[in-house]
Design a protein around this ligand. Structure first.
Ligand code: GLN
Length: 552
């Protein structure tokens, strides 16, 4: 049950996907909180996967891990970054999750012998979850983003649940439709028709949008706003122009210019509690979009890039954002070059040597065999040429393997993820994982979510965090094999971060005498980097990268 008078804003997409529902949801959340109303932001993903953890990143983009360990959609990352705080499991929902609980209830006679149907049972389970989420985090307004586009088969039950909520609480529920106004090249004129059609589609669900956020290349002019207002039955000042912008972080500032926050509060009959102060956000957005800031050239060596003819950087979204936040803090601009690690393999030494041009190299997280020999080559190159290196999860495990192979001279050092019977399994599967793998239990079974990490005195990591104990989010099955730790340490590798009991190696680094910045983390620091609180390890990595340019 939702709290009495709790407010809901549903964000739906019209015309097509990929036009920024997530950014609208995040921005609305930020604006309402600035005006004194705590929010919770809910992402509804209509697919049947129970969570995002089993999907290939080239299919669905990054898997974002919550503090709790739940593996979610990358939009949840944006929500956390805009709000500057953690979200909870209740803020995420998939069709798979909903059906799983309905079916589990049916199997235990929870429906008392009734025929269990999409309507009302599945719809009511959705409703229960949406209402349940409202009672967390002291939220006053829930902003719920329904994935997909109006008219999809998949999200119809979620729209139906939202309609019922509106019928039950007409004063407390708003619908915001994020639409797209194309300007066909041949006409040179912005067209409103697809939006009108999308509104009619939505009307056929018994839902009328209260607001239209009109995404387009250029700002929407008065004439078109008028036309949309009349044909879509939406008040003229509830049509919000949202032209393309350089950075998503400008969106809340633009929406504020169109008074979106105030108009939403008016429509929800909530008095403004305080004037929104976006000063800090504005300062950050300016720094993040400053085209004149000096450039840092960073190479990211990964493998989840190709989808057809397109490069899909989405798979590493949080890494890119974490870099941006630290760069803005240092008043720099980062130019990222993507290296497909598969292209660094074989006799392609020339491509590896190209890495010398970069001021820093990142190897992000990953799974499986393909591309890893290329990554190992890049890591060796970074170590030998003293190029700042930052390894994230797999990037840390491979950094340790490279060290074992080339410094310890354990030529066959490997991870048992790739070589089950490795002679020198420097990276090995965690004990409790063995059974999951044997039983084919892949969903939600990795070491997931936040764990504490103790930082050793006198190390790069400790100097960056300026603290002894930190908490970071994980997503992995393998870890550094304790049998090799002494040998690796004797050969100069420093394990600067460990689990508090000292058993799990969480950060590996080389001393500053050896290398300006060579550090890898078993966790994913990128998940906790936020615009107004950049991650200290990303900041230190970029600082080292800046110094490399100066030396040249
Ligand atoms: N494949 C590695 C593991 O499972 C690393 C995972 C990752 O990079 N997220 O341990």
């Amino acid at each position: 049950m939702s709290k009495e008078g709790h407010k809901y804003i549903f964000v739906l997409g019209g015309v097509m996907s990929g036009v920024g529902k997530g950014v609208v949801t995040s921005s609305v959340g930020l604006l309402l909180e600035q005006k004194g109303y705590p929010v919770n932001l809910v992402k509804v993903d209509p697919y049947l996967n129970v969570d995002a953890g089993t999907m290939n990143p080239t299919e669905h983009g990054e898997v974002f891990v919550l503090r709790s360990g739940m593996e979610t959609d990358q939009d949840m990352g944006n929500y956390e970054r805009f709000l500057g705080r953690d979200l909870t499991n209740e803020d995420y929902m998939t069709s798979g999750m909903v059906y799983q609980s309905v079916i589990a209830r049916e199997r235990t006679l929870g429906y008392g012998g009734k025929c269990v149907e999409a309507i009302p049972h599945v719809r009511d389970e959705i409703l229960r979850r949406i209402e349940d989420a409202s009672s967390y985090n002291g939220s006053r307004v829930s902003v719920v983003e329904i994935g997909g586009t109006i008219g999809d088969f998949q999200n119809a039950l979620f729209i139906e649940a939202a309609r019922v909520l509106k019928m039950k609480h007409p004063e407390d529920v708003l619908f915001v439709m994020v639409s797209y106004l194309p300007t066909p090249g041949t006409l040179g004129e912005m067209k409103t028709k697809p939006t009108q059609t999308a509104v009619r589609d939505l009307n056929s669900f018994g839902v009328q949008p209260d607001f239209i956020v009109a995404r387009s290349k250029e700002p929407v002019d008065e004439k078109r706003k008028e036309k949309l207002a009349i044909s879509c039955n939406v008040p003229r000042d509830h049509i919000i122009s949202a032209p393309d912008i350089k950075s998503i972080y400008e969106a809340p500032l633009n929406f504020e210019k169109d008074k979106l926050g105030d108009r939403l509060l008016d429509a929800l009959k909530l008095p403004e509690k305080r004037r929104a102060s976006l000063a800090k956000w504005k300062k950050f957005a300016l720094a993040a979009t400053n085209a004149k800031a000096p450039e840092i050239n960073i190479a990211i060596v990964g493998k989840y890039f190709d989808t057809g003819d397109f490069v899909l950087a989405d798979a590493y979204l949080s890494v890119i954002e974490a870099i941006k936040f630290s760069a803005a803090k240092l008043n720099k601009r980062v130019n990222i070059t993507w290296f497909n690690s598969k292209n660094l393999e074989g006799s392609n030494a020339k491509t590896v040597a190209e890495l010398v041009k970069y001021q820093g190299i990142i190897v992000p997280g990953g799974f499986g065999e393909s591309g890893i020999e290329g990554k190992l080559k890049a890591i060796k190159f970074a170590r030998e040429h003293k190029i700042p290196y930052f390894g994230l999860c797999y990037g840390m495990q491979l950094m340790v393997i490279e060290y074992a192979r080339n410094v310890l001279k354990l030529k066959n050092a490997h991870t048992t993820e790739i070589q089950k019977n490795s002679e020198d399994p420097v990276v090995d599967v965690m004990l409790e994982q063995k059974k999951h793998l044997a039983d084919n239990k892949y969903g939600g079974t990795m070491r997931l979510g936040a764990y504490p990490c103790y930082l050793k005195k006198g190390t790069l990591a400790r100097a960056a965090y300026k603290r002894e104990l930190v908490e970071e989010r994980h997503r992995h099955r393998y870890e550094i094999n304790s049998k090799y730790i002494k040998q690796l340490e004797d050969a100069g590798l420093v394990f600067s971060g460990t689990s508090p009991d000292g058993i799990l190696m969480e950060i590996a680094e080389l001393s500053r005498e050896e290398h300006p910045f060579m550090l890898g983390t078993q966790f994913h620091p990128e998940f906790q980097a936020r615009p107004l609180s950049p991650h200290p390890l990303f900041t230190e990595f970029l600082r080292a990268a800046v110094s490399r340019k100066r030396k040249k």
